[in-house]
Design a binder for this molecule. Sequence first.
Ligand SMILES: [Zn+2]
Length: 128
Amino acid sequence: MMNLRHKTELLVVNNGCYLKWIDSGIGYLIKDTVYLNENLLKHPNLLKLVVWHELRHKRNDGDRIQDFVLDFLDPSIWLLLGFMFRYPRACECMLPIKKIDNYMTYDVNIIIFWVIFVIGVILFGFVL
Ligand SMILES: [Zn+2]
């Protein structure tokens, strides 16, 4: 019987990626490596959603529009709010610039999210 950790590793490797477990954020795809928060192992359904999300990024193969649509229209992001509440370091996924596995990296979609958010707050502020 294969455990969830190994099953996940096998799935990721079969899709042409490496897998690294980390203790912050939720899930990332950087080059050919999928990074997953290891606390997801305690929540198999969320783990499945996150793994498939990252593998869809892999299939998008650098297509920025497809990645954007995936990140903003994937309904599973709402299910992850509870996870972020439970594991506060998961909230680091919302940082536009972050250090993952000793690499500094930035996330264009998160930057766009915050720009839209700030503009929204400013416009809403004027309305009120
Ligand atoms: Zn994503």
